[in-house]
Design a protein around this ligand. Sequence first.
Ligand SMILES: Cc1ncc(COP(=O)(O)O)c(C=O)c1O
Length: 389
Amino acid sequence: MKYNFDEIIERQGTDCLKYDKREEFFGTNDILPMWIADMDFRAPECVYKSLHQRVEHGIYGYTFISPAWKPAIIDWNKRRYGWDIKEEEIGFVAGIVPAISFIIQCFSNEGDGILIQPPVYHPYFHVPEGLNRRVVTNPLQLQQGEYKIDFEDFENKIKECRIFLFCHPHNPGGQVWEEDTLRRIADICHKHNVLVVSDEIHCDMTLKGYKHIPFASIGENAAQNSITLMAASKTFNIAGLKSSYHIIPNENIRQSYNDYLSKGELNFASLFATEAVAAAYNQGEEWLQQMLEYVEDNIDFMQNYLKENTPRLTMIRPQASYLVFIDARALNLTQKQLIDFFVKEAKVGLNDGESFGKEGSGFMRMNVGCPRATLKEALDRIKRAYDKL
Ligand SMILES: Cc1ncc(COP(=O)(O)O)c(C=O)c1O
């Protein structure tokens, strides 16, 4: 491997949420943090170099979005997904969660229903709730280690909603949705005139044997009735640069949303954000490939470790990304006891499964986007606590 993903890089003291907010989130600094979704790997050198060049210049005045940004996004989507998108369909927002909030405000009213599929990324609850929208749930069904959609329930619930927040690939389940699933979603949402917001932030990190299909790429029902949200932030570990983009093929939806964003200058990018994305997309693919191989090995390592050492802890094997949903239901603990087990006994900081909705009860989410030694240390800590149960 050309890149050294084994290197342990000190993140403490860098205003890093994952490490420097342990006391705030877990009540102690004495834990190994395996929670928030960023990686402990250095971003590819091309990103560092492009930023360095801008930093060296020394003037950080008003700028416009780098002309390299849109072509890089177009090439990336063509190369990786065979998806043809046009310059005018792309727009900037400084983060996908902010974008979800803006879309809800632009395309729905207070009291309107927003459909989500728990267990799911927690802001899918908090953002609509904070905007006084009604969160309607279509819980996913766990079948033979994979999440499936209950389409009967989906269609019943969608009738009372304005927007569907689609997590594609899914977090925390790591599910890569297949074409047939995408088609059914597209047809039902089109029939009931519900806007699909397809959050594809994890899409570049599909693992061996899985292929991401952008929702809007499958046909006109999907393309004309959706907003796709993408970002290089997870892929290249640059979430701190706050950058994401939307792709909106439908002219009316695009016009409404762009007008909304323009009024508040919500589509302005920082000088560094779009430079970094263009560099990563244009030059970072080899790094990404090797990073994914390393993460896949981490997932294998974890799966074998759990099987051998802590058999009552199993995991949903992710099909994309570096987040592993651990199934701890066989321990027969309450959620509070489960959290205490990991934080107080094992001294490992994971995401509480119930933060993704009550459907996540009995589960915890672990981030394996880290050097193998860190992962092994976390698993050893869990094993020691497990042996005392
Ligand atoms: C599904 C999903 N959407 C959005 C985000 C966050 O996006 P951003 O940092 O661009 O707001 C995450 C981060 O974990 C995520 O998992």
